[in-house]
Design a protein around this ligand. Sequence first.
Ligand code: AMP
Ligand code: ZN
Length: 114
Amino acid sequence: MADCLFCGIVNGDVKGEVVYQDSSVVAFKDIKPKAPVHLLIVPRKHIATLLDVEEGDKGLFGDIFFAANKLAGDHGISQDGFRVVFNCGEGAGQSVFHIHLHLLGGRAMTWPPG
Ligand code: AMP
Ligand code: ZN
């Protein structure tokens, strides 16, 4: 999708600190990390928000969460606990409209989130 920042990172037009990629997803470091480990896992396919997910996209979410599992291990946060978050819509804090799973860890987390 033209003018989408995360499509730009996926296709290499925008520089990103990519830490993992496969045929379905790309993961890279968040540019303004909110925790010692803060990665974003995005599908290669442009989907604006969770509300735009279609029946045929269901398998993508297995790919995204399987990547999160692997990355939590690779980045040393699986034992102490970590958080995964999809923000959906501006009211929830979504600022980039290409869905992305935040993977945060390396510090204590509070609940509920702000
Ligand atoms: P959200 O607010 O849930 O839409 O999350 C968007 C995230 O993208 C924020 O945590 C930003 O810090 C992050 N972000 C914005 N631009 C970039 C970029 N060029 N590379 C990596 N992360 C980015
Ligand atoms: Zn996109």
